[in-house]
Structure formats: structure tokens, C-alpha cells
Design a protein around this ligand. Sequence first.
Ligand SMILES: [Zn+2]
Length: 596
Amino acid sequence: MAKREIVWDLSEMFPSTTDPSVQKAIDDLTRLAENFAERYQGKIKRLSPKEILECIKSFEEYFAKLEQIRAFACLSFRANMTRPDTQLLDDKVNKTKARLDKTLAFFNIEVANLVHENPGIISEQILQSYRHFLERLGRESLHYLSEVEEKLMIEKDQFGIYAWEELQRKWLNTRTFEIEVEGKKKVFSFSEAAGLLSNPDRPTRESATKSIYVLLGKNGEIFASAIRNICNDWLGVCERRKYGSPMEASLIANDIDQQIINNLLTTVSNHTNLYHRYLRLKAKILKLPKLGGHDVWAPIPDAPQTKFDYDTAKSLVIEAYERFDEDYAFAVKDMFAKNHIDATPRLGKRNGAFSWDWYEGKSAFILTNFTEDLNDVYTLAHELGHATHTYYYSRNQTILNCGTDWTQPMIVAETASTFGELLLTDLLLNQSKSELERKAILCVTLDGGNVIYTSTIRALCEQSLYDTIKRGEYLDYKTICGLWVVARDKIGDDAIEYFDEAEAAWIPAPHYYMPNFRFYNYPYVYARLFVYALYQKYLEEGKEFVPRFKKALSAGCSISPVEIGKIVGLDVTDAHFWELGLKQYEHFVDELEKIA
Ligand SMILES: [Zn+2]
């Protein structure tokens, strides 16, 4: 029997991409935006608190409608990118959004300026549910420039700083890499070559690693130029916008303070022994005296070749969530029941996986490319965690407090998703029938947990780029490689043996090249360790933890990440806090050590 295709049903939003109701919704939205602008532009500073509330509410009404049309267009397109109807709609909605964003750009700026000039507004009783939203805008407003300067920045960035990211992406996507796969030479694109880094065959991994890094290294000065210009540009931006440090913009976006991040990165740097223990265990499992840089992503040998069909994966994830709490699985079950998941890979479908909020429906849609591997079951558990988070906050918050688009800090966004992975690990370990199976589950879990260390390397390296410039030194290729190796060895020490060419490992990941978006890496470390700490709390408190966790997820971004921690009894401001999260990582290493 042919496998049934798992396709999502978007018809709750609109009947089809070509239905007249879609164009009508776009027209209505445009009118809503124009009316809003007519009513409020240039007038926000003179509004009473009650009028401010009305203004925010009507912005939210518009915003929820925009998000629904955007969800429908983007999702239709990403599931079938080669279809003319989805291309057309996606393009139309993107252009509409760009136009309306410009029409309504005054909203954030005027509200922020209002808070800046009249900070007392934040404490107005009538605006209580938007208190934190206003606080955040106030914090941002300190770094706004004049309207003309802001416009100039946007115009000059478009063909200036954005070009470096394009150059890096274009370069990677137009190169080919010659690699020996199981003894046979073949030519691969960059993404295919990168995929071979987790090939079970060691010589294949070695050939892929060398092929990638040799070619990157040969062109190293090009990437050094990009990084040098991006970092110098950013230091200029920071001076103009009066940021105290290159990291500050990222701290504001993540709604967090420098000291907490310093504590986080210091704690990880001081506890690399746990990482080394895992790396040595992995070497032992791979029957190697020492792990090579090209073995880090290797699958464990002789792992049971278990395949999980979609229905099995579905019942595993539901069971994992139900074991935590019957009611906590309601979103997961609803997502399956309503066909909000597009799981089957097909030509023209976007790769990877994501969960997309649908605020108007108080639900979400998940795109994934399910191929029946253990990793795919984890991806499903992860994305359904995002959906669960959405179900909680969209039922308890208005849209601006949900954290759609720019408002949700990355450090909070991954809470329920990572937690869902841990629930799955717990279930799978409980059901495992052999040591080999346990080994495979623990290695997949720890490979995921390694982001604590690998992203710390990237954060430390990024910091050192700015320090180097400030010391008056020049960032050429070899200098950046040197900084990378120092950061890498500070965390990995001698637990991994790298090829010399791997000094170019800072080049391929896109994060360093993203314009005006610095320090993109520590949020991964924060998110993972915060959830590990949550899990420790759950193990300690059992069922008592459940209602507090639901309350934390329900908060969306109506309160700060520090306040969210407090709901579940965690104090992220405590210098020793992050050690609690590392205990969970250590627990997995201990479990693996027993059977490795
Ligand atoms: Zn995620």
C-alpha cells in the first residue's frame, strides 16, 4: 500500500490561494492600516492613557489580521514553492506587508517616544497588561536616531551591509566540493557536502571536512574582508546609537541584562569538563583513541536501524507529553486532529522544519520533512513544543504580548520545544529494550545538548573580534582563525583533535554575516540551559511543577525572561543559576557512562 501523504489543511484560514476572499482580506487590511494611520499618525504623544489603550487595541486588531494573511501566504508557498499560484500570493502579500509596515512604522516610534518623554505612563493602571511592552519600547527608544537618520541607515544598509551576507551565501551556494564517498570521488554542493559530516563512514567524513575547509581557507581573505567590514560597521552603529557594548542591541532584543549573560558564558567556560567527558565517551563508542573534529557529528555505529512510521511517531510524541501531564498534550492532539502538520517531503517544499503561529485561530501550523528517522521524531516533538507554547500564550495574551515577529526573545522562544525533546528522551529511555538503543538515544540527546558548548565558542569568538578591533589590530584571515582557535580550544581543550584546516570553521555558518543582528549565538546557550534547569526543577518537584510551567508558557512576552523564571521558582540572576542546567547535561553523561 502506498504511504499516505501527510499534508496540512490551511482551509480554516482561507478556502484556497485563488479564492476571492483572499484578495478581499488584503483590501480590508490595507483599509484598516490606512484608517489607523489617518487617526493616529503624529498624534500619539497627545493621547490620554485611555486613548493609548484604544490605539494599541486597534493596532492589535490590524496586526492579527495581517498575521493571518501572512501565515496563509507564507505557508501555502513554503509547502509548494514551485506552484505559480503560491508564488504569486506570497509575492503579493510580501509587498503588501512591506508597504503597510512603512505606513505604520510610526506606531512603535511614537509610542516609544511617548514612554521616553513620559515614563509615568508605564505605571498607568489602565495600561497594566501592556506594561512590559511599553517598558521594552522605552528601552529601545534610547537608541533611536532622528527620522531622517533612520531612513538613511535603512537605505544605505540595503546595498551596503546586507551585501556581505549575500556574498557569503552566494559564494557557498555556487561552489562545488570534491569528496571521496566510501572510496569514490564525487562532486557535491555545499549543503550536500556539509550533510556528509555526519556520514557513518569515517574516511568519508574526513574527506568532506578537508574538502570544505581547504576551499574555504583558500578564499579566507574574502570572508575576512566581510567579517572585518561587518564588525567595523557595527562598532560605528553602536557609537551612533549609543550602545554601551556591541552586545547591547542583542541584550535589548532578548529582554535580558549583560550580567546574566556574563554569568552564563562564564559558567559554561568553567564547566567544560562535562563536555570533555561526553567527547571521550563518544570516542570510546566510536572505538577511537581520540575524537577528531570530523567525528563530532558521527552517528553511533551499529545503532538499531529503527524506523518510525508517522503514526508511531505521533503516538510516541502524544504519550511523551501525556506522561508529563494529560492536559499538557491537548495542543499536540489538536494539531494532529486538525491536520495542522505538513509532514511528507515533496518536490518544491522547503527543507527543515518550523512551527508558525496562527493567532486568530489560537493554533499553529507545522512544516516538517519526515523521513522516519529517530531525529525526525525529535523534530516533531520539538515543533509540537513550539505549537504547545503558542496554544498557551495565544489563549492568555493579546497578540503584542504573545511575542509574534520581533517581540519574542529568542532565549524564551525555545522553552517548550526543548522541553518537549526532553519528554521524548525520557519516554524513549523508559521504553528502550537494549543498551545499544539507550546509547543511541543518549547520544542524540547529548549531541543536541552540545549546543551549550559549541554556541559558547561562537559567542566568545565574536566578542574577541570586537576586542581585537578596539585594540587597534587588523582582522585578516589568519588573525580571525587565531581568535577562533583560541575560543574553540578554551571550550574543547584537547578532547578533540582538529585538522589544521579546521581553523576556517568560523566561515560557513550564516550568523556572523547577518546585518545588524550581532550576538546571535548565546541565546541558544541560554535557552538550552534554562530548559535543562526547568527539567531539573520538574524532576525535583514532580506534579507540583506542572501548573507553574503552564503559567510560565502562558505569559508569552508580557513579562521579562527573568520574571518567567520566577514563576517556576528559578532565579536566572543568581550567579550560580546556570550550574543547575548543567546538572541535567551531567545526568545524561552519567547515564551514558554506565553503558558506554
Ligand atoms: Zn525551535
